[in-house]
Design a binder for this molecule. Structure first.
Ligand code: ADP
Ligand code: MG
Length: 402
């Protein structure tokens, strides 16, 4: 692939770097620096090449003027400056002439962080609807565009897909690593290939489930996703989370018919009762009207373990239960325990799945963690993402591949 940072001649150039610095912030402090630390690899590479660096990122959701107060990138600037042990300039109006002046006067090795790209959404949605004029204006701040925000690459936003129209562009090393992880393990997976799909909402995951069904040997269901399939099979699930939209039900039925031999369903569940707040283990066929399925039972985990032990590639997305509550984290913990015996076979994706991995103490046990959240799932479903497509369309004029 030629549109990679390492193949570009970027020495001394002014580079616009779109990062994912969307970190949790409370009272002006960054609570988790993971994303900032991950971005350092590309930033350090650009510094080594004597680039002048203009960094862009979104942070949080900006729907109103009020949202801006909690979502400034200023705390990220402080954190980044500390990590790099370097002054980071900051401009709070991306499109202001004064910002352009700072960008054009950057010296090699200097960094300018621009304020949250989503501030451009107030009032005219200049970020979240792709706006060519705005993209062109941003492009004027640099000579090369580097997209490193893999986790935002599924968004057709100005700062993701717009700028590459106007500048020679490439993927940064973090985005490249994310692509390689998914391509190397999942585009031509070693068989048997098993997918564990858990979590909450089946309609969020339908596209990725359909795509994976064409490739996998086994699909192990759990969580709210399993509930929706079981409901489509006609089982009583009481008050459990499920999708009962007739169109979705019929789509799930037809998937189960087409890929019958691939599906594995839960045998038992940990349920709480709306009646008396008790928690019980029940067989899946014995769920009653007042029950709410909250976690996957031990018999199911044992059945799934047999399949997993005999698999060569495993992809997991979604948790086995409501892992946020301590009575219902057991199924997820047990599955991670099983997978941690052969981490090299395992690819993990999904925002909550990674949170569960961290919260339940398994982070250090796995290497193949795709941090893209929704972008990871969309990439698996479609084989590409709008941000990546935009880079691939770029013909790299001016900046030569070495
Ligand atoms: P990811 O973000 O990794 O794609 P999801 O958001 O789909 O994963 O899954 C995690 C969420 O699913 C958690 O919030 C968890 O509480 C919820 N969940 C899992 N099992 C159930 C269940 N049986 N009922 C309700 N929610 C569930
Ligand atoms: Mg989630």
């Amino acid at each position: 692939m030629k549109q990679l940072l390492k193949n570009m001649n970027i020495n001394n150039k002014r580079v616009i770097l779109r990062c994912d610095l969307n970190v949790p912030i409370k009272d002006g402090n960054v609570l988790d620096e993971t994303k900032i630390i991950k971005s350092l690899e590309t930033i350090n590479y650009l510094l080594k090449e004597n680039c002048k660096i203009v960094i862009l990122s979104h942070l949080g959701r900006i729907k109103s003027e009020e949202d801006k107060k909690q979502n400034s990138l200023e705390p990220v600037r402080i954190s980044l400056a500390k990590l790099l042990n370097k002054e980071i300039k900051f401009a709070n109006d991306i499109l202001a002439p004064s910002t352009k002046e700072i960008a054009l006067n950057l010296q090699p090795g200097e960094i300018l962080l621009l304020e949250n790209t989503r501030f451009l959404d107030i009032p005219n949605k200049l970020e979240s609807t792709l706006n060519e004029k705005t993209a062109k204006q941003i492009a004027e701040l640099g000579e090369i565009f580097v997209l490193d925000a893999f986790a935002s690459s599924h968004r057709s936003h100005t700062s993701v897909v717009g700028i590459s129209k106007f500048l020679p562009s490439c993927l940064g090393s973090l985005a490249e690593a994310e692509l390689n992880l998914l391509n190397n393990h999942l585009s031509n997976p070693k068989k048997p290939f098993t997918v564990i799909m858990g979590g909450a909402k089946v309609n969020d995951k339908l596209a990725v489930i359909k795509s994976l069904l064409t490739k996998c040997d086994h699909l192990l269901l759990s969580g709210g996703i399993a509930n929706s399939f079981l409901y489509a099979l006609g089982l009583n699930l009481g008050e459990s989370l499920k999708n009962d939209n007739p169109e979705i039900v019929s789509e799930l039925q037809s998937l189960m018919l087409t890929y019958k031999e691939k599906f594995a369903f839960p045998l038992d569940a940990i349920v709480s009762s709306t009646y008396n707040n008790t928690t019980n283990i029940k067989s899946i066929g014995k769920i009653e009207d007042n029950d709410i399925i909250k976690d996957t039972g031990a018999k199911t985990i044992a059945k799934y373990k047999d399949i997993l032990d005999n698999s060569e590639t495993i992809f997991i997305n979604g948790t086995m239960g409501v892992y946020e509550e301590k009575e219902f984290k057991n199924g997820t913990t047990e599955i991670f325990n099983i997978l941690s015996k052969y981490p090299e076979k395992v690819v993990i994706g999904g925002g909550d799945t990674i949170s569960a991995l961290n919260n339940l103490g398994f982070r250090g046990k796995f290497e193949n963690i795709s941090s893209g959240g929704g972008a990871t799932l969309e990439f698996i479903a479609n084989g590409t993402l709008p941000g990546i497509e935009a880079i691939m369309e770029d013909d790299g004029i001016e900046v030569l591949d070495l």
